[in-house]
Design a protein around this ligand. Structure first.
Ligand code: C2E
Ligand code: CA
Ligand code: CA
Ligand code: CA
Length: 278
């Protein structure tokens, strides 16, 4: 079933190229999508390269539109972001992913960390740490099982970013920089911000075997992460050669189609979760 693959997305239309009318329609549909249960999450495993164990999973949002079918997040997230709807959708993602993780722990599976993508608007909310703290205590999930992914582009205003990250770190969650290398002011951030991990953007990983510049970039990011005592995860790993290269570079973890596409919770549970030994 293509839908259950989670990534078999019908078509990709960059939000910028979409006609205004179509955009507006999609925005209106999105307003009702939450209450109509049209959203769901898929999960992609994060694999520790030394042990090959699953150490985490990234939660990725899917929208099953009643007429249009599955719509890619790259298509609807920018619209959600501009309209402000991302705040309530993002809160649903946080709650759903944390609840799922807690339910798996309750069922006796070995605890792993869930990575959740934050959008710019969400990140700029002054009470974000309070909201996340309330979600965690409602659900009873320990903060150390949550990792928040932000991008470099969200870190424009130094003061705000630092304060926000500090509050989030005080909760005890992990912070990752997503799509690392595609934004700017990265070195400054690495030096000053309380972050835990870099996720190397998949555009560098994709041609790491063919393009020596990409290889140099991946190798540099990885070694820099080691020096700064940050964890480093490679995104978009699709084949064994890439994996081998990343191992040589001492990259910590990897994520990508080589291990699995993002899949539904039940399938993730069956394929990747391990029972705790008692
Ligand atoms: P991202 O956070 O960089 O997520 C990784 C994307 O790469 C996912 O696309 C995933 O399916 C895809 N991917 C993973 N492994 C591979 C691989 O080996 N090869 C290739 N070609 N692709 C791979 P997806 O699920 O379509 O998500 C696209 C973007 O939408 C995400 O990029 C993220 O920026 C955004 N997004 C998804 N879910 C959420 C969410 O809950 N909240 C927010 N704010 N943004 C989200
Ligand atoms: Ca991400
Ligand atoms: Ca990414
Ligand atoms: Ca991305």
């Amino acid at each position: 079933n293509a839908k259950d693959q989670g990534v078999e997305i019908r078509r990709y239309v960059p939000a910028m190229q979409m006609k205004a009318k179509e955009r507006l329609k999609l925005e209106n549909d999105m307003r009702r999508a939450l209450e109509r249960n049209e959203f769901y999450l898929v999960y992609q495993p994060q694999v520790h390269l030394d042990t090959e164990e699953i150490v985490g999973m990234e939660a990725l949002l899917r929208w099953d539109h009643p007429k249009r079918g599955l719509i890619s997040p790259s298509e609807f997230i920018p619209i959600a972001e501009e309209s402000g709807l991302i705040v309530s959708i993002g809160e649903w993602v946080l709650k759903t992913a944390c609840l799922q993780n807690k339910m798996w722990q309750n069922a006796g599976y070995q605890p792993i960390c869930v990575s959740i993508n934050l959008s710019m608007r969400q990140f700029l909310q002054p009470n974000l740490a309070g909201k996340i703290g309330a979600i965690l205590s409602d659900i009873g999930l320990e903060a150390c099982y949550v990792d928040l992914e932000i991008t470099e582009s969200m870190t424009l205003d130094k003061e705000t970013t630092f304060d926000q990250l500090k509050r989030l770190k005080e909760l005890g969650v992990f912070i990752s920089i997503d799509d690392f290398g595609t934004g700017y002011s990265s070195l400054h951030y690495l030096k000053n911000m309380p972050i835990d991990r870099l996720k190397i953007d998949r555009s560098f990983v994709q041609e790491v075997m063919e393009d020596s510049n990409d290889a140099a970039i991946v190798s540099t990011i990885t070694s820099m992460a080691h020096h700064l005592k940050l964890k480093v995860t490679a995104e978009g790993v699709e084949n064994k050669d890439q994996l081998q290269f990343l191992r040589q570079q001492r990259c910590h973890d990897a994520q990508g189609f080589l291990f699995s596409k993002p899949i539904r919770a039940l399938e993730f549970e069956k394929s990747f979760l391990k029972m705790l030994r008692v």
